[in-house]
Design a protein around this ligand. Structure first.
Ligand code: SF4
Length: 322
C-alpha cells in the first residue's frame, strides 16, 4: 500500500498569553510527537474523547493550522514547507468536511453560488464545465438540481451535510478530513451520510481521515483505527484486529462505552472515571495513568514508547504485550 501522508513528530503547542503584558504564561499541548501514516484509498478512523487533539491533527494535516514542529509529507513533499501557490494546489486535492452543516454554509448565498465558489477561488472560469460538474456532483450526493436555487436554511441538517460534502468533492480531491461529519445530525440521518461517504470513497478513489468520538460509526466506516488521548496516538491497528484484539486500556474503556461491543469477556471492564486531564498541564509519565486501573509506579514516571506488538498493530502501554 502506498503512503499518501507520512506525519512525523508533529507537535502543536498553543502559547497561552498573559492578558496584560502578552507574555507567554504556558502552553496547551494539543499534539505531542504524533507519528502517523495514511495509506492511499483507505479510511482511517480517528477516535478519542473531545479534547484529545483529533480536530487539531486534522487541521494541521491540511495546514489550516500551522503546527509548532514536525513534518507532514503528502506524496513525499512536506506541505508545511510549501509556497502559497503550491499550497493552493494542495488545497484542491485535500478538503475538509466540518462537523456542523448549520455553520459551514453561508446563509446569504444560494446553493449554486456556494458550489461555484471553489471554482472561483481556483480561478476556473469555464462556465460550461463548472455547471456540468455542479450538476454531476449534486446527483452523486443524492440531491436534485432544484436545490441549486435555494438557500441553506431551506434544508434539513442531513441535506445541508450532503451539500457540504458536494462542495468538498467538486474539485476532485484525493483526500478528505471528515471532522465529526455526522455528530450534529439525527441518528436516523447519520447512517445515510456515512453510507454516502463510503460510496463516494469507492466511486472517487478517495482517502479519508474520519474523525469521531463514536466507535460504532468508526467500526462501520473505517479500514484502520487510531486512538488518540491527550495529543498522542495510543493505539493503531487494522479495524478487524483493533476490535478483536485492542490492547490499550483507553481503547478498552472506549469500547466498554459502546453497548454492542462490550460483551468482550477477555478484558477487565474499564469505565472511564472523570474527565480527560487538561492539555495545559498533562500528567507526567503515561498520560493515561491518572485514569488507568492498571497504572503502576513506573507509569507515573516513564513515558511509554509506541511499539509494534504485531504487524500493523502499535500500542503505547507498558503492558501491551501481556
Ligand atoms: Fe495504564 Fe501504565 Fe499502560 Fe499507561 S502505561 S495505559 S498507565 S498500564
Amino acid at each position: 500500500m502506498k503512503k499518501l501522508f507520512e506525519i512525523k513528530k508533529l507537535n502543536m503547542h498553543y502559547p497561552l498569553l498573559d492578558g496584560l503584558m502578552g507574555n507567554i504564561k504556558g502552553y496547551v499541548y494539543a499534539l505531542n510527537n504524533v507519528d502517523l501514516d495514511i495509506y492511499e484509498n483507505e479510511i482511517l478512523g480517528l477516535v478519542g474523547e473531545s479534547g484529545s487533539g483529533k480536530s487539531t491533527l486534522g487541521n494541521c494535516i491540511l495546514k489550516l493550522i500551522v503546527p509548532t514542529s514536525g513534518e507532514v509529507l503528502y506524496n513525499e513533499n512536506n506541505i508545511l514547507k510549501k509556497t502559497k501557490r503550491e499550497l493552493k494546489e494542495f488545497r484542491k486535492e485535500a478538503q475538509l468536511i466540518f462537523q456542523n452543516p448549520y455553520m459551514s454554509l453561508d446563509p446569504r448565498m444560494k446553493i449554486y453560488d456556494i458550489l461555484k465558489e471553489p471554482f472561483s477561488i481556483h480561478k476556473i472560469k469555464d462556465m460550461k464545465l463548472i455547471n456540468e460538474k455542479i450538476e454531476k456532483i449534486i446527483s452523486y450526493t443524492g440531491l436534485s438540481k432544484e436545490v441549486l436555487d435555494r438557500y441553506p436554511h431551506e434544508f434539513s441538517g442531513g441535506q445541508r451535510q450532503r451539500i457540504a460534502i458536494a462542495r468538498a468533492i467538486l474539485l476532485n480531491p484525493k483526500f478528505i478530513v471528515a471532522d465529526e461529519p455526522v455528530s450534529a445530525l439525527d441518528v436516523s440521518i447519520q447512517a445515510q451520510i456515512v453510507n454516502l461517504l463510503l460510496e463516494l470513497k469507492e466511486h472517487l478513489n478517495l482517502t479519508m481521515l474520519f474523525i469521531s468520538h463514536d466507535l460504532s460509526i468508526i467500526k462501520y466506516i473505517s479500514d484502520r483505527v487510531a486512538v488518540m488521548y491527550l495529543g498522542e496516538i495510543v493505539e493503531i491497528a487494522d479495524k478487524k484486529e483493533f476490535f478483536a484484539n485492542h490492547k490499550h486500556p483507553y481503547s478498552q474503556a472506549l469500547l466498554n462505552a459502546v453497548p454492542v461491543i462490550s460483551e468482550d469477556k477477555k478484558n477487565k471492564k474499564i469505565i472511564l472515571q472523570g474527565d480527560i486531564p487538561s492539555p495545559q498541564n498533562p500528567p507526567k509519565g503515561c498520560k493515561f495513568h491518572t485514569r488507568c486501573p492498571y497504572a503502576t509506579e513506573k507509569c507515573k514516571i516513564e513515558h511509554p514508547e509506541f511499539i509494534e506488538i504485531k504487524e500493523n498493530h502499535k500500542v503505547r502501554c507498558f503492558l501491551a504485550n501481556r
